[in-house]
Write a protein that binds this ligand. Sequence first.
Ligand SMILES: [Zn+2]
Length: 383
Amino acid sequence: MAGRDKRRRAAPLEGDEQQLRRRLEEAALLLRRIKGLVRWIVEEVAAGRSPSIVLHRYRNYCSSADSASPSPCACSYDIPVGTDVLSLLHKDYHTSRLNVLLRVLFVVQHLLQQNKHCSKRDIYYMYPSIFVEVAVVDRAINDICILFKCSRHNLNVVPVVKGLVMGWIRFMEGEKKVYCITSVNAAFSIPVDIEAIKDVVSVAHYILVVEKETVFQRLANDKFCERNRCIVITGRGYPDIPTRRFLRYLVELLHLPAYCLVDSDPYGFDILATYKFGSLQLAHDANLLRVPDIRWLGVFTSDFEEYCLPDCCLLRLSPEDRRKAEGILARCYLHREAPEWRSELEAMLQKGVKFEIEALSANSISFLSHEYIPQKIKQGMHL
Ligand SMILES: [Zn+2]
């Protein structure tokens, strides 16, 4: 479908009317393609044949990289690494996968026809005995996106948002005013529907992404945005699709640098990597969701000694932490695109310790917002 390439270059620069027209055209095209597919399946079955669908398989990274001699792999943001063949008449796992796909497609068709939206959980509750669990619906939605080369929002399947934003920005979300700029220390929900955003105005100099809501709240309490011309975003842990799309949208539209602050542990690093490289689950869409130029502001293992943080904040890496870190170290994208990030994670593993962002507040409650972050940004101390 035309959506993918078109959106990449045009979306943030279009006017509202153009954007609306493009969305309607995309929905109409998708509907035609769904109908075409269903008609073809019915004709095949009627003719006594077993219709099968070829689905590309995507992988934005693998874990086969060897630190000594990183061998080239097939991972790519755009090129599939293999295919699955889903057939309707053979009795196997792929039959039920195609069965689920067609049922979800039926729901999507209704959503598009009526211009309505719903969540994957809503879809699950329409046929719970067939779908068994939400993850099955999730898989089918991914399959549909791959089949029609589109993204989830094109299907009108929307998530429940959890991301927050504050700072020097204002915009419209449909007819709703989201004027963060009138109260820069207050948290606003990140919009579910990025396509509905218009009239964006911002005087920010950079975007700061923080891993956790507690840190976001710390910055709000310290009036961080009043003292610093910026936009602060949190995905509250692993970021959902709207948070990642919103960040990507702002970075492209406003041409601002984005910095990311995460805990000094393997989970913090994985969250950071999700922002930069995308997740494996959504590998087929990673290139539209990721922010390749995001910079890692901290916290680094070396910060602990550098800022004389108290020993009580330092924890040993658990066996699970070590396994997680080793798994991440083997990911091919770190070798290819971020060797300096990889070295930093290696240093964490070698030292065998971890600590949270909040450790920076242990000696002085506002140290993080008054000194650590502004100094690091001013002095370019990031990776
Ligand atoms: Zn790979």
